[in-house]
Write a protein that binds this ligand. Structure first.
Ligand code: SAH
Length: 194
């Protein structure tokens, strides 16, 4: 498929996810944070993810700087990538909506924080990470470049691996049995499987 169409697809993702997140970011700014687990590692990882999912893709989309690292994929993978945008954005939207004021981009607990176990959180504990993992797979399918296509999988994969255990530890420390019971009922990112 024409690279321009695939790039437009990725543009829709960047704009769509920003529009979904913006009102939550704005509202939750006024949250009073009672526990903050955001260390240097976490901050560096957040920067790395921004580089991998936004900056490098934008350089690839608007310049020819990375053209030496292009790869080819068959048409059916391009079409799959484009079709997956809709369920990905839906899950990204639902998980923000369900988490509501308890959402933050990093590891923290706010005053009045509650364990959410309904909506998409009924099926997996980390539906927002499921959506973002789907996003970085789509990124590799649409941006056929070893730098700009794979930088999302690598940077978010690293954040996920290093963060998810700490996040669950923080939730257990804060909510004890309530979160442990919730963990028993759910898988992490794929319902019934993983
Ligand atoms: N890991 C979740 C949430 C990501 S946002 C997901 O992928 O959907 C990260 C913040 O969400 C964490 O700082 C934590 O405070 C909060 N959080 C994570 N799981 C939660 C839950 N089940 N209920 C309420 N808050 C939760």
């Amino acid at each position: 498929m024409e690279p321009i169409l695939l790039k437009i697809g990725y543009g829709i993702i960047v704009i769509g996810t920003s529009i979904i997140r913006y009102p939550h970011q704005k509202r939750n700014k006024s949250n009073k944070i009672t526990t903050d687990k955001k260390g240097t590692l976490e901050k560096s990882l957040l920067g790395l993810v921004f580089l991998g999912m936004v900056i490098l893709p934008l350089i690839y989309i608007f310049t020819a700087l990375f053209s030496f690292a292009d790869y080819d994929l068959p048409l059916y993978l391009h079409i799959s990538g484009l079709l997956l945008i809709v369920p990905m954005l839906w899950l990204f939207y639902r998980s923000h909506k369900n988490l509501g004021q308890n959402w933050s981009a990093t590891l923290e607990i706010r005053e009045g924080h509650k364990v959410v176990d309904s909506g998409v959180y009924r099926y997996v504990r980390h539906p927002m990470y499921s959506a973002i993992l789907l996003l970085v797979i789509i990124q590799a399918l649409l941006l056929n470049n070893y730098i700009a296509g794979l930088s999302g999988v690598i940077s978010f994969g690293l954040l996920y691996i290093l963060r998810v255990k700490n996040e669950e530890r923080m939730m257990i420390k804060e909510f004890g049995d309530e979160y442990k019971q919730y963990m028993k009922r759910t898988k992490r990112i794929i319902p019934f499987i993983l």
